[in-house]
Design a protein around this ligand. Structure first.
Ligand code: OAD
Length: 251
């Protein structure tokens, strides 16, 4: 039986505001999005590089794909949007929870502590045989052995299509109890994250989308702002920290 990915981050119990982030947040750090015209899924076949079946067929190809993304991540820097969210967390503490679909570590490098990586992390490796996790080397290979059980069954600790995202219980509980839900830089095409806005609204939260373009889930938000994350996010954070209730009641 395949060992399961293990959640590695504990989050707070009762956040006031839940922020869902996607690839658009890291776009201005130079990391590619998935579904834009030049996005990763226009250049790679998702079934080949982001499914357990693709990995079973050609692990070298999948490792090459994630090795390239890991190397790119190492040279990328958090942009003003990541930094603004870290500033918000400094002010709000555990009243804020970031749920990210991103596998990069730019939230953490910006200073955010309360981040749930629902699609896993590029900088972590995982053994399909024994379930152990460890920091990923920059270059992973199919011949790598697990440091614990020595099996040649190592993989990036990212969630592939057909696998269950991480932290879902914690995320569901946070969304059902939050008062504000904000989505930043996500196309709303991948579930379960795409359903979070409706779940938050059903639980009574106000909802805000900050995105460059219209997304598939735009109709479900109370408030929508268009533009690049590097300007939209700092300006929204200034508003909520400055006390002007730009998005519902000031938390
Ligand atoms: P997508 O590539 O699907 O969507 C990125 C969104 O960000 C789009 O709506 C863009 O308009 C927007 N965007 C682009 N640049 C932006 C910028 N500078 N500022 C603000 N918004 C910008 O990425 P995700 O929605 O994150 O999953 O994709 C979700 C999941 O699909 C990923 O986690 C990944 C992918 O397949 C897995 O690999 C499991």
């Amino acid at each position: 039986m395949e060992a399961r990915l293990r959640p590695t981050t504990r989050g707070p119990a009762a956040p006031h505001t839940v922020i869902l982030t996607g690839a658009g947040l890291s776009a201005e750090s130079g990391l590619g999005t998935f579904r834009d015209a030049q996005g990763l899924w226009s250049r790679y076949n998702l079934d080949d590089v982001a499914t357990p079946e693709g990995f079973a067929r050609d692990p070298a190809l999948v490792h090459a794909f994630y090795n390239a993304r890991r190397a790119q991540c190492l040279t990328a820097q958090p942009n003003p949007a990541h930094l603004a969210l870290a500033r918000l967390e400094s002010a709000w503490g555990d009243r804020l929870l970031i749920v990210t679909q991103n596998v990069d570590d730019l939230h953490e490098r910006a200073g955010s502590l309360r981040v749930l990586h629902m699609h896993g992390r590029l900088n972590e490796a995982f053994c399909n045989q024994c379930g152990d996790h460890w920091p990923a080397p920059v270059e992973m290979a199919a011949s790598d052995r697990c440091p614990t059980c020595r099996a040649q069954a190592t993989r990036p600790a990212v969630v592939w299509f057909g696998e269950t995202p991480l932290h879902l219980d914690q995320i569901a509980s946070a969304i059902s109890g939050c008062q504000h839900f904000v989505a930043i830089g996500t196309s709303g095409q991948v579930y379960p994250a795409a359903a979070f806005v409706q779940e938050a609204a059903a639980a009574g939260a106000t909802t805000l989308e900050l995105n460059l373009d219209r997304s598939d889930i735009t109709p479900y938000f109370d408030d929508v702002r268009r533009g690049p994350a590097s300007t939209l996010v700092p300006s929204w954070v200034d508003e909520v920290l400055g006390g002007s209730p730009a998005h519902g009641d000031s938390p």
